[in-house]
Design a protein around this ligand. Structure first.
Ligand code: HEM
Ligand code: MYR
Length: 415
């Protein structure tokens, strides 16, 4: 039996919060091993990175998700009782419900709304004071996703709901006020959406056919039961919140265009180049650090023991930067995706494996589509300048973002 390298000391939670996205990778490099043992939030934890590890992690015979996510993540980011914590037939049923919303036509409609809103906003950005892309995109995506999902949202409520959705995303990996704001935001948002679910069910709020609101409000499980109102709210928020979170990837895409200006020309009118660029943004920039699961029953893998009930973290960021998978992983090089076949376990910013049977992100296609449209809008629909500002992405802050939120000036429409 191989000895699994182990962190010394009683607990590594503080080290995790200090090192951020590099926590697992740094230790793997130090131990010369893509697997090691540690303690996080006092719980013994096995950390993994790399392609073989990702393949193992998504084997649902070996791992389950029930109680796998730390409570502080559930209480802010994901909510409790939603698809992220389900296993077996219950997960399949709930995931099928969510995937049924993600048809190519529906994704196209969301994208069209996004493009229309973006282009309609350009006159307001033109010539005005500096525009912070992150703030603008948060409000824009909140309006667009609510309209697409069938969720009514008065103009006067846009700012407030954007703040709530952002607060949930900001909260999971920190202690103190930023965490408390996330707790409060989740309570308020669940109440807001549970009320909308109820009004849809009693017929006072019409929901468009195929919309996320209608699908989730009317979904019946294998026993023919509607979802409890609060769980339905958690699932609808699982569509709204992460769609707004795409603003972070778009800010990273704008940052990459700024740092690699040659790509501004290359992506223009070229769908393949745009796709390569977007995939490299998803690989390169830090977003979701690690996925969590629990050992279903004891087993050995490559000589390492996985005891029943043990928490396991798969390093998503570290796998996307693994030197064995990505030549010169710390260079931003979209052309690395040219002609490269899609592999479900090598590019895993939104999880790996299968969308329907596993826990891979339900919104991956939406994310890619919105990012491609954003890159096209940034390069073809407008020109702008990026004045001096703090753009240094701090890998210790989870989730990460350039501190300035990316301020643009002298915006002009170009078509
Ligand atoms: C799951 C990342 C956007 C809906 C996940 C997971 C990650 C992730 C890492 C967990 C994978 C795992 O546990 O193995 C992201 C990132 C996004 C994003 C970085 C960029 C903004 C979206 C969007 C939607 C969405 C746009 C929906 C419209 C979901 C859902 C799950 C999920 C429902 C749970 C799937 C399951 O447990 O079966 N996402 N996601 N995400 N994501 Fe996303
Ligand atoms: C979503 O809203 O579901 C997608 C994007 C949110 C990412 C936020 C990541 C913050 C850190 C999470 C820590 C998890 C540690 C296991």
């Amino acid at each position: 039996m191989a000895t699994t390298p182990a962190d010394r000391g009683p607990d590594s939670t503080l080290a995790f919060l200090r090192a951020g996205y590099r926590f697992i990778g740094e230790r793997c490099d130090r131990y010369g091993s893509d697997i090691f043992r540690t303690r996080i939030l006092l719980a013994p934890t096995i950390c993994l990175r790399g392609r073989p590890a990702a393949t193992l992690f998504y084997d649902t015979e070996r791992f389950r998700r029930r109680e796998a996510m730390p409570l502080r993540v559930q209480r802010t980011l994901t909510g409790r009782g939603g698809v992220q914590g389900l296993d077996g037939p219950e997960h399949r049923d709930r995931k099928a419900m969510l995937m049924s919303i993600m048809t190519p036509a529906a994704i196209g409609q969301l994208g069209q709304l996004f493009d229309d809103e973006w282009q309609a906003r350009i006159p307001a950005w033109e010539g005005a004071a500096p525009v912070t892309l992150y703030d603008e995109l948060g409000r824009l995506l909140t309006r667009v996703v609510c309209s697409w999902a069938g969720v009514p949202l008065a103009a006067s409520q846009v700012d407030r709901r954007t703040v709530e959705l952002h607060a949930m995303i900001e909260a999971p990996a920190i202690v103190g006020p930023r965490h408390w704001r996330g707790l409060l935001a989740r309570r308020r948002a669940e109440r807001w959406i549970a009320d909308i679910i109820e009004r849809t069910r009693i017929g006072t709020l019409p929901a468009p056919a195929g919309s996320a609101l209608k699908v989730i409000a009317e979904h019946r499980d294998a026993q023919g039961r509607l979802l409890p109102r609060r769980i339905a709210a958690v699932e609808l928020l699982n569509v709204l919140r992460p769609t707004v979170a795409v603003d972070r990837f778009i800010v990273f895409a704008a940052l990459a265009l700024h740092d690699h200006p040659a790509w501004r020309q290359r992506v223009r009118g070229d769908d393949e180049a745009t796709e390569q660029f977007v995939q490299e943004v998803r690989r390169y920039y830090p977003f979701f650090p690690a996925a969590a699961a629990q050992v279903r029953r004891s087993f050995d893998w490559q000589g390492h023991h996985f005891p029943r009930g043990r928490r396991v973290l798969l390093d998503l960021y570290g796998t996307n930067h693994h030197p064995a998978l990505w030549p010169e992983p710390e260079l931003f090089r979209p052309e690395r995706f040219a002609g490269r076949p899609v592999d479900p376990f090598h590019l895993i910013p939104q999880g790996g494996g299968d969308h329907w049977t596993g826990h891979r992100c339900a919104g991956e296609w939406i994310t890619i589509d919105l990012m491609k449209r954003a890159v096209t809008n940034l390069t073809s629909a407008m020109r702008y300048e990026v004045p001096p500002q703090d753009l240094a992405v701090d890998l210790r802050r989870m989730p990460a973002l350039p501190p300035s939120g990316l301020t643009l000036t002298n915006i002009r429409r170009t078509d």
